[in-house]
Design a protein around this ligand. Structure first.
Ligand SMILES: Cc1ncc(COP(=O)(O)O)c(C=O)c1O
Length: 419
């Protein structure tokens, strides 16, 4: 299907129909997997023309699909990136070997010694580590906001970041891992414009859309610059692969794709094929998982051993997070946290009693996964910063899957008896 013909088609349709045409694969309804490291040219001149088009964007082959070597790009990546961009409503997309490869590539592309980065808390532990431990070794600075819906808090943190260095990236993970705290994307774009006016160049707004995925939240429509998704999670959907994607304007994505050539962190042909296939069903999978999540969250909210449940569907009307949620999210997702009365000992006792739910990190798979955030996904985040992000020793994260909801509740009920 040509790009001109997709106008008006909904993301659910594009997820099935766009990116690969049977004529590209000898009529096969599904794409072949091009398991090759390199590509053959009909002549030496053709090889030179391909390289000229790829590296300089000039010459007779500009705009033609010609591959050089799979690290630079391969047909499976073309199919996947076209589909991902279309679903996200972006001009282009680029796919990586993991979500963290995508995040690291953004950092390496846009942050230089002396620059600063602004992000929220909580945020996925790997991203926290990237900007608070690793990038500072290359001379970058960081500041964090704790309430991504509070204009005053975010502006204060942005000023703090600017005082340390030129602010290059504003990062919003929303809803945030693990507490499902929301960040106001319109606010982030406004702050980026303000910062741009003050410092003479506008920082990029980068959104991590992993927790809700492309159907329940559409960051590009809010004017953000880069929409990052760990495709490992809902988009992959089966806990059997690792991948990451970034969507955005052509000039930004072209820059990232060219750098990926050198970093070598592209997505391989087989995993590209797996993700392309999984994108076809992500809308229906997430719909079912979200229904289940509501049932599980309601059960937990009413349980006497549970101190609280941070689930988007329970945001109080009249509050700022609820207003942001109503404006920004189409659904509440299926990853959220609950907080036990007590701490690590109570949490571990409960987790060790589970029979159906699997104690594992990660989220967005077909099976329900559960983990103790402070000792796993956010282990490397210092305790004070964890607490500031709402993660206590009794916080347990759930990624609700596709099992029957009554079986999930039954398992949680019996495990909670051990607390
Ligand atoms: C919100 C979020 N962003 C990024 C990542 C990193 O993705 P990956 O594990 O694919 O590298 C994760 C992983 O759990 C995540 O939860």
């Amino acid at each position: 299907m040509a790009k001109d013909n997709i106008k008006g088609l909904r993301p659910e349709t594009l997820a099935v129909a766009f990116g690969y045409d049977p004529e590209m694969g000898m009529g096969s309804v599904k794409p072949p997997i091009f398991m090759t490291s390199t590509f053959v040219y009909p002549s030496a001149q053709h090889a030179k023309d391909v390289h000229e088009a790829y590296f300089d964007g000039t010459g007779p082959l500009v705009g033609e699909t010609n591959h050089i070597y799979s690290r630079l790009g391969h047909p499976g990546l073309d199919f996947l990136e076209k589909r991902l961009a279309a679903i996200d409503g972006a001009e282009e997309a680029v796919a990586y070997s993991s979500g963290m490869a995508a995040h690291s590539s953004i950092a390496l592309a846009y942050v230089r010694p002396g620059d600063s980065v602004l992000h929220g808390r909580p945020i996925y532990g790997g991203v926290d580590m990237l900007y608070n431990s690793i990038m500072p070794q290359f001379g970058s600075h960081v500041a964090a906001y704790t309430d991504g819906t509070d204009e005053t808090d975010v502006r204060k943190a942005a000023d703090e970041a600017m005082a340390k260095g030129s602010l290059k990236l504003i990062i919003a993970e929303t809803p945030a891992n693990p507490t499902a705290a929301v960040v106001d994307l319109d606010l982030m774009v406004r702050i980026a414009d303000e910062v741009g006016a003050k410092q003479g160049h506008r920082p990029l707004v980068v959104v991590d859309n992993t927790l809700l995925g492309p159907f329940a939240q559409r960051p590009i429509e809010h004017g953000v610059d880069l929409c990052m998704t760990s495709l490992t999670k809902y988009c992959g959907g089966h806990s059997d692969l690792l991948a990451g994607g970034i969507s955005g304007r052509k000039e930004l994505i072209d820059h990232l794709r060219m750098q990926r050539t050198t970093w070598g962190n592209h997505l391989d042909p087989y995993t590209s094929w797996l993700v392309l296939r999984s994108l076809e069903s992500v809308a229906v999978r997430t719909e079912r998982a979200m229904q289940n999540a509501r049932g599980v969250a309601e059960f937990l909210r009413d349980h006497p051993k549970v101190a609280g449940v941070t689930y988007l569907g329970f945001l109080e009307p009249g509050t700022r997070p609820r207003a942001v949620y109503d404006r920004q999210c189409k659904a509440a997702g299926s990853t959220f946290s609950f907080h036990l009365h007590g701490g690590e000992a109570e949490a571990f006792r409960m987790l060790d009693q589970l029979k159906l739910l699997k104690v594992a990190v990660s989220l967005g798979g077909s099976e329900t996964l559960i983990c103790h955030s402070a000792s796993t996904t956010h282990y490397a985040v210092p305790p004070a910063q964890r607490l500031a992000g709402g993660i206590t020793d009794g916080t347990i994260r759930l990624s609700v899957g596709l099992e029957h909801v009554d079986d999930l509740i039954g398992d949680l009920r019996q495990a909670l008896e051990a607390v």
